[in-house]
Design a protein. Structure first.
Length: 312
């Protein structure tokens, strides 16, 4: 196995977990966060892989600190952020973290890493699988070889948009499912939400050019199952807290780390409204997050929608 120099950007729950996985494989690992005394460019100098696990709101700020001309040509950039850019617009502004990275580093390979990867379980050494997606298969295979272990199984995929959207959009559905569990609506209701949530994700994803089958893989259905079934998920916790009658500000103040689904819901609703894509579950999550509706009323609104066939 080839030893690599890996720079990890972001020292939150996911960044530190990815650093643990990389160190366990014997790579030289350097971690940078905005609290670091070292300059970002110094940390990524000489890195074979630069792996970003900063939350969505920090991605542009981090990318702007990088001087592309000073980076070795072979350096591969990996983004593990699950979110949508707040400034995204359909034609002109990037939607996905990888698009922000690729726009700033056009001559470098960019790889998306996404899957059912609750960091606390991985920190405990429990087995997990993930996907690395890139238009550059060799770059994806480099990341696969660098991170694969007996505890972390890494698959490659060429559907970058599908893999990245799967990871971002499942957070919105996880908020809905957290609320469903918080209201104690039962297993049937939860199964319906996850299944129709997946249909909603596929509807959005295919609009943005993703392959439908990608969403039945690890970064779609896989991550939905993990996030919607675990109280470890911060997005699930947001929905659960709202269903307990707490305000969003109270829930977020108590939360450890980032719940990307809150911002993702807003961006998704803006774009889905503009493009007239039906996202009924996300719409109710949006109303709930804004405090415009009670969790009970959101459930009723979903149950009493117009009759329709079970299509995507
Ligand atoms: N924790 C988990 O289980 C997993 C998280 N992810 C994703 O990874 C990303 C990070 O998640 P966590 O590490 O859990 O969040 P976290 O809240 O623990 O850490 C976020 C990191 O982003 C950095 N950051 C935020 N704004 C920044 C800015 N303006 N400039 C520089 N750095 C900034 C923070 O300093 C911190 O290092 C999210 O997009 C999340 O969806 C993906 C898979 C698993
Ligand atoms: O993406 C995750 C697991 O795959 C982490 O989920 P949360 O961000 O909801 O904690």
């Amino acid at each position: 196995m080839q030893q690599r120099t890996i720079a990890i950007l972001g020292a939150g729950a996911w960044g530190t977990t990815l650093a643990t996985l990389a160190k366990a494989k014997g790579h030289t690992v350097k971690v940078w966060s905005r609290q670091s005394h070292e300059h970002l460019q110094t940390v990524i100098d000489g890195a074979d892989l630069v792996l970003s696990a900063v939350s969505m709101k920090g991605v542009s700020a981090v990318v702007e600190q990088i001087q592309p001309a000073a980076i070795a040509a072979h350096t591969v950039f990996v983004t593990a952020t699950k979110g949508l850019a707040a400034e995204a617009s359909v034609a002109t502004k990037p939607l996905l973290p990888s698009q922000i990275w690729q726009a700033a580093l056009p001559s470098h390979a960019v790889v998306v890493l996404s899957g059912p990867n609750l960091s606390k379980e991985i920190q405990q050494g429990l087995p997990a699988a993930t996907v690395v997606a890139s238009q550059d298969l060799a770059a994806a295979q480099t990341v696969q070889a660098a991170l694969s272990s007996n505890a972390f199984r890494v698959y490659t995929n060429s559907d970058v948009v599908g893999v990245e959207l799967g990871g971002a959009l499942k957070n919105v559905i996880a908020i809905a499912v957290g609320a469903c569990d918080g209201l104690q609506l039962g297993t049937n209701a939860k199964a319906a939400l996850v299944t129709r949530g997946l249909a909603e994700i596929i509807r959005v994803g295919t609009y943005w050019g993703a392959k439908p089958e990608t969403f039945y893989g690890l970064s779609g259905l896989g991550d939905l199952l993990a996030t919607c079934n675990s109280a470890l998920s911060r997005n699930y916790q947001v929905g659960y807290g709202l269903a307990q009658g707490q305000s969003l500000s109270v829930v977020l103040a108590q939360l450890q780390g980032t719940a990307e689904g809150v911002n993702t819901t807003q961006v998704l609703m803006k774009l889905a409204t503009q493009q007239q894509i039906a996202v009924p579950i996300s719409h109710q999550v949006d109303r709930l997050l804004r405090g415009d509706i009670t969790p009970q009323a959101a459930v009723e609104a979903l149950m009493l929608r117009d009759y329709k066939p079970e299509t995507r």
